[in-house]
Design a protein around this ligand. Sequence first.
Ligand SMILES: NC(=O)c1ccc[n+]([C@@H]2O[C@H](COP(=O)([O-])OP(=O)(O)OC[C@H]3O[C@@H](n4cnc5c(N)ncnc54)[C@H](O)[C@@H]3O)[C@@H](O)[C@H]2O)c1
Length: 321
Amino acid sequence: MLLVTGGAGYIGTHVTRSLISGGRDVVVVDDLSAGHPELLPAGVPVEVGSVLDTDFLMDVIDMYDVEGVVHLAGRKAVDESITRPSYYYRQNVYGMQSVLAAMVRLRVRRIVFSSSAAVYGAVGDDTVTEDAPTLPQSPYGRSKLMCEWLLRDIAAAEGMSWSALRYFNVAGAGDKDLADRGIHNLVPRVFQAIDRGEAPSVFGDTYDTPDGTCIRDYIHVTDLAAAHATVVDAMDTAPMAAVYNVGCGCGASVLDVMRAARQASGVPFDWQIDEPRAGDPARVVADAPGSARNSAGRHGTTWTTSSAARGKHGRRRGRPR
Ligand SMILES: NC(=O)c1ccc[n+]([C@@H]2O[C@H](COP(=O)([O-])OP(=O)(O)OC[C@H]3O[C@@H](n4cnc5c(N)ncnc54)[C@H](O)[C@@H]3O)[C@@H](O)[C@H]2O)c1
């Protein structure tokens, strides 16, 4: 049995579906602060509680005979992490420590962790390999890097197999019910603004990029979920101690995303330029062909911004507002 923490969230529901369709048994732990357990496949047990509660995690591990953990539970908003750093460090870093403590006590030896490209910080024009310097620009990015340090050190001391997957920007949906309902990521924010008849915000247009807006690497969530299943399978055959980028290896600017959303929705909306946000590097794009694509089964190269926009909201062209 695999334990998926945060399994009722946007990415967690996709990861759980991918693991189940690969023949795995899964139990989900989620505090439901942002989760939707009704979107999980029928029959998947959901234990409601916080990963900060080590005793609760040990009970779940014991009750379900858990042999491995996919740890997704955490907070993910860069801007919120700047105003609430203490909360972010507690939820993300103490959460990681608590998961590892429960695993160590009950001798669970495999873990896949949701890290983030936010650990890199500003990286200039180059694509980012896993051995690029880690200079995160926000408490969120620093919290993810601290989680990686904990993971690396505790796994080495305890003989655990581990992988940290550094997700780039995750978008799309395997099914329209599974769309990202959060307010923190660009694609749902754009569609939520369109639905309200408002102009979506572009945070800054004076970055050092061709159109002045931030460039990111958008990976489709089903490709990301498949990467988890591949890493879990790989851990069956050999011990692992690895960090993988999980991105598509291509960059799209905020304005590219706006145009793709216009095309996908059929709504000729305008956007508005707002102040840049603290903690946003100009450009972060994965260089993963030698790593995640081969080792973690990444399929992101077929993805485009417009396909993610369509997949996310199941829009039809020309749909009236
Ligand atoms: N969405 C992205 O673009 C992105 C990019 C990089 C990394 N990540 C990481 O991936 C993970 C999942 O992200 P998501 O987009 O699915 O977010 P999400 O908010 O949709 O899902 C997180 C889930 O974890 C649960 N949760 C939060 N704190 C918890 C706690 N203390 N105990 C138990 N459950 C808790 C929430 O209820 C939710 O179901 C996060 O760790 C995030 O930092 C996401």
